[in-house]
Write a protein that binds this ligand. Structure first.
Ligand code: ARG
Length: 467
């Protein structure tokens, strides 16, 4: 069955093109939304006196029966050949309720229908993504709280920079994923408008109460322009951008952990459950889960660029190119949700080696800035202090010794003010951490405050999300 046979000469169609153009294999996922939207639409047609009350009842009953059928038969789509899910529903409805099914698409196009269903799908999937993000946020927060006082080297350019709290490090990712949640919420708010009633492009000629239809389907408002809304897929791009960025954040975390779990660092150890071995080298324990997260971030970025490319230069209004949106959307969403859930578990089961972290803070002259800062408090201009400490670092580096191993007389050759206080500052990464007691800094007091704020954020998010 086709929804458009009349205009075409009878005869066999090219099966290659049939297969090329079908979308049932992908959009069958929207079937419950199709049934829901049709149900609301039939009612609106009744209210507009396009359908008689008895017809509305018949159609509604048929749609409800179909919904129960789909819900109770997980394999409902198997072996079904249909151009798309909308065609399948109409054909099945006719089997359920007879010829009255042929009134279903009065004044309606698949263009406004599919746009409506995709928006409903997106609105609901965003909440699922947010719950996955909430789980990851919870894992990050739990680990940060558990390892409150663990110190590790902070890096820039992957070179040792200044000591930081491990909790502060984890909270940096908490910030990123919290922004991802708020981005998803923005996206949900913009997707929240009703296309149905826009027809194929120009609006329907039947007097539908679209505001009422919007309320019935849970949309915040009616789309103002029928041409725009039937061909607008900004909300798909936005959502895929939010996914791609969340996975970009996740891929940074994954890369950090790949580095931190390599023997040269040895700060963390991945649980066996998230590692794999080598078919050749018996000793190997590889962080494949993290590498796959990094890899899948690339895949989802590809879904975003593919969708943007789909829209670029597309003439108004609907064009069949747009059918490609759903495969990218579904795939991008599923991959993102799974990667986030996996990361949430992986972070929870991470084994930490605080001693290795601490040992690493003794290398790399992480307290050099603090020595210069103390000199500033004694009246040395910062640039001068910077130069003195720099020379001291070069001296130590050439002799392969740390600040702690330095004799006072040696130090005084470069830093005339060198004394016990300066030595203590130079030898204590913990002191360096405590000194960064500025809003947003890594000092324990600040981090404790950030942890409390994070708890509040997570609590609010959880209360807002269903389930
Ligand atoms: N399968 C189509 C899609 O996803 C439904 C809309 C078809 N509209 C059309 N005018 N051929 O875009």
């Amino acid at each position: 069955m086709k929804l458009w046979g009349g205009r075409f000469a009878p005869g066999r169609r090219d099966p290659l093109f049939e297969r090329f153009s079908e979308s049932f294999s992908v959009d069958q996922r929207l079937v419950l939304y199709d049934l829901q939207v049709n149900r609301a639409y039939v009612r609106a047609l009744g209210e507009a006196r396009v359908l008689a009350a008895a017809e509305v009842r018949q159609l509604t009953r048929g749609l409800d029966r179909l919904r129960r059928y789909v819900e109770t038969h997980p394999g409902w789509a198997r072996g079904q050949a249909s151009e798309d899910v909308h065609t399948w529903v109409e054909a099945r409805l006719e089997r359920e309720v007879g010829p009255v099914a042929r009134k279903l698409r009065t004044g309606r196009s698949r263009n406004d229908l599919v746009a409506t269903e995709t928006r409903l799908f997106v609105k609901s999937e965003i909440l699922n993504l947010e719950s996955a993000l909430a789980q990851l946020l919870a894992s990050l927060l739990a680990e940060a709280k558990r390892h409150r006082s663990v110190v590790l080297p902070g890096y820039t350019h992957l070179q040792p920079a200044q000591p930081i709290l491990f909790a502060h490090y984890l909270l940096a990712y908490f910030e990123m994923f919290q922004r991802d949640v708020s981005r998803l919420e923005d996206c949900r708010a913009r997707a929240d408008e009703l296309p149905l009633g826009a027809g194929a492009l120009a609006g329907t000629a039947f007097r539908l109460d679209r505001a009422r239809l919007a309320r019935a389907l849970g949309f915040a408002r009616v789309a103002r322009n029928s041409l725009d809304v039937t061909s607008d897929r900004d909300f798909v791009c936005e959502l895929l951008f939010a996914c791609a960025l969340a996975l970009t954040h996740l891929s940074r975390l994954a890369e950090d952990l790949v580095i931190y779990s390599s023997p040269g660092y040895g700060f963390v150890e991945l649980a066996d459950a998230y590692s794999t071995g080598s078919s050749l080298m018996p000793q190997k324990k590889n962080p494949d889960s993290l590498e796959l997260i990094r890899g899948k971030a690339a895949t989802v970025l590809g879904k975003l660029t593919g969708t943007l490319a789909l829209l670029k230069g597309l003439p108004l209004a609907y064009n069949r190119d747009l059918q490609e949106d759903k495969a990218a959307l579904f795939d991008g969403l599923d991959t993102t949700r799974e990667a986030l859930l996996l990361a949430a578990r992986l972070v929870r089961t991470l084994r930490l080696h605080p001693q290795r972290m601490k040992a690493a803070t003794a290398q790399g002259f992480l307290t050099a800035t603090d020595v210069a800062d103390v000199l500033v408090s004694r009246g040395v201009p910062f640039a001068e202090a910077h130069a003195q400490v720099g020379k001291l670092v070069r001296y130590c580096d050439e002799r392969q010794i740390t600040f702690a191993e330095l004799a006072a007389a040696e130090a005084r050759r470069f830093i005339p003010f060198w004394d016990a206080k300066l030595r203590a500052v130079a030898a204590s990464p913990e002191k360096a951490v405590r000194r960064r007691d500025v809003l947003g800094g890594t000092a324990p007091r600040q981090v404790a405050r950030q942890l409390r704020a994070a708890e509040g954020t997570l609590e609010t998010l959880r209360r807002r999300l269903p389930g």
